[in-house]
Ligand binder design. Structure first.
Ligand SMILES: [Zn+2]
Ligand SMILES: [Zn+2]
Length: 313
């Protein structure tokens, strides 16, 4: 299972319809949080996102991405005191240059001491956090601040194992199946050797989700999003305000769509919508879909599943 919950989809300041930036990514029982604008903890309660995460990834330190952090950590500390949560492992905060000073300062606001360990890790463009099943890649963005985007790229999966053929070849169900599936050549009764290629199909692509953060549309972003299953791109402005987008280091909906198209992404979700547009932001959607039809506008509380391209599980 890989899915996203949009906790806040507005730019700059909260409105009745949209809270400021935060996004929860759920993958196989793990949750990663991206940015933490003011009020994020309440959005998490409202949309049923647990506090059971261990990591927050910051795209940059503008206040609409950051101010929710002290309150969230304080509430998590209170839950600890009440015995409702067990978080001895603590939380790790990742962000671009300045992480130690900015995030270190933010977590000390209004809290004498967090009730659990908080580690701060500074990332630079190109850094890769490699995990068992996926890589998290920090890529450069362009936003008049130290900023990063993030790509979560799952490792390729094993090819499909053919159980019927295995049985027909007289290989009993059990540990041998697992060994062949993982790429081992085995010997069966009668001394015949069975190579994995006889029973296992080609490796299958994992899924990729790319989160732009606040940025101008750049080639580096299109490169990072090559073939992405889902691109979450900021679209602060419409065509009419394209000069303003340039001045402030943001993108228009059309520019975001052009990146999705150049990247050959499967789907595009637009977020970080300026308060000047109404809840539907119909003009942004129209401008984007004229370039890249598979586009939707994020809304607070929206959940999106990211299936495998081959339909597998
Ligand atoms: Zn922002
Ligand atoms: Zn910003």
């Amino acid at each position: 299972m890989l899915s996203l919950t949009f906790l806040g989809t507005g730019a700059a300041c909260p409105t009745v319809d949209r809270n400021v930036a935060s996004l929860a990514l759920h993958r196989e029982g793990e949750m990663l949080l991206f940015d933490c604008g003011e009020g994020t903890q309440r959005q998490m309660m409202r949309y049923g996102t647990s506090f059971g995460f261990r990591e927050i990834f910051f795209t940059h330190y503008h206040s609409d991405h950051l101010l929710g952090l002290p309150g969230l950590l304080r509430t998590m500390g209170l839950l600890n005191i009440l015995g409702e949560s067990d978080r001895e492992e603590g939380v790790t905060l990742y962000g671009p240059r300045g992480a130690k000073s900015v995030l270190g300062g933010a977590i000390s606001v209004g809290i004498e001491r967090t009730k659990f360990p908080v580690e701060i890790v500074e990332l630079k463009p190109g850094d890769v956090i490699s995990r068992d099943e996926y890589d998290l890649i920090a890529f450069p963005t362009e936003h008049r601040a130290d900023s990063l985007g993030y790509a979560l790229a799952e490792h390729p999966r094993l090819g499909r194992f053919d159980p019927d053929k295995a049985r027909a070849m007289g290989i009993p169900e059990g540990p041998l199946w697992g060994r062949i599936h993982k790429g081992e050549t085995i010997e069966i009764e009668g001394g015949r050797r069975v190579a994995p290629a006889e029973l296992v199909g080609p490796t299958r692509a994992g899924r990729t989700v790319v989160i732009s953060g606040d940025t101008r549309p750049t080639k580096a972003l299109a490169d990072a999003a090559q073939g992405a299953d889902l691109l979450v791109h900021e679209a602060t402005f419409s065509d009419e305000d394209r000069a303003r987008a340039r001045e402030t280091g943001h993108s228009t909906a059309r520019e975001a769509a052009e990146i999705a198209k150049a990247a050959g992404a499967e789907r595009l979700v637009l977020t970080h919508i300026s308060p000047r547009y109404n809840r539907d932001a119909a003009e942004l959607l129209a401008e984007a879909t004229s370039v890249f039809p598979a586009t939707i506008i994020a809304r607070d509380g929206m959940q999106i599943e990211v299936p495998f391209k081959d339909g597998g599980v």
